[in-house]
Design a protein around this ligand. Sequence first.
Ligand code: TRP
Length: 366
Amino acid sequence: MTATLTGTAAAPTPAPGTAATPAPATAAAPVPPGALPEDPTRHRVLTGDRPTGPLHLGHYFGTLRNRVRLQDAGVDTYLVIADYQVLTDRDVADNLSGHVENLLLDYLAAGIDPARTTVFAHSAVPALNQLLLPFLSLISIAELQRNPTVKDEIAHSRQASVSGLMFTYPAHQAADILFCKADLVPVGQDQLPHLEATRTIARRFNERYGPVFPEPQALLSEAPLLLGTDAGKMSKSRGNSIALGATADETARLLRRATTDADRTITYDPDNRPGVSGLLLLASLCLGRTPEDLAAEIGDGGAARLKQLVTEAVNDHFASLRARRAELARDRAYLAEVLRAGNARAAAVADATLDEVRHAMGMRYA
Ligand code: TRP
């Protein structure tokens, strides 16, 4: 499916110094699920993840697979490893380099090609981070405080007090996206408030200082929500996820424990039978068949037959990805080189943007 994207042209330039009142936020129109831009080579995509450990099957079907598709279609793609966004999580911050390496392995094993996609850590790109300061001047404390994603994170953080860094996430994420002037951002629903903040910051910057940034659009995933082995949303923190790089045996063990129900006749009924239906959905994504079709095939074979089918489907579908991942894991020098080259490429782009920003702001003195 293709869809025509609406223009992302920068706002008209006001006379310098006239944009005193920030314009109100307008709703971003996310690009329809599954849409590929009409001329992929005219777009730049930025997306990324927090390095909190290995990615799971929900990440794969939700976003990773789609990023590879965009890259392969010829979209200029950037992937940020958002390491400054995990400092508020103590457990993660303690093994940051391990988490970064695991994330990189998942990317590469899934088909991210470092020759075509720039993979970088935002902490390694100084000029990107420097954009945070002008960006913070374009957004109010009240706006940061009522950002639903920030609110949600605060509610889930197990900390006694909320750090200042937490409130800067929307502005910092705007720097992640705008440093390379990305116009498309593949994200989940939960990130839409951050994207809205990015658009607001881009628009206000352009109004105040002249047209520098595009107002990026969200590219929502077409994948249905994948459930974990306990029939809740698949999430690493819930302990119900299957890692992309899990072994076949680990996968079998996790799926054997998965929640199902006592009805021997397998049917696809997500509302009333979330456990059984979640497993059918996972198998259907791996096999490219409908969950209803798979349910009919299993018939009254019960949960045991269902789990056997899902296990085989997952293990077959991911066998080559996992083999590639294991092989790459043995070549740490290569991993370091991929990140070094990605960081350098991102830094050159960020330097050029920061230079433009300084110029627009009248901050080039020498
Ligand atoms: N906040 C995102 C998450 O939690 C990660 C992220 C950081 C990101 N910077 C980004 C995503 C820029 C898209 C674009 O998953």
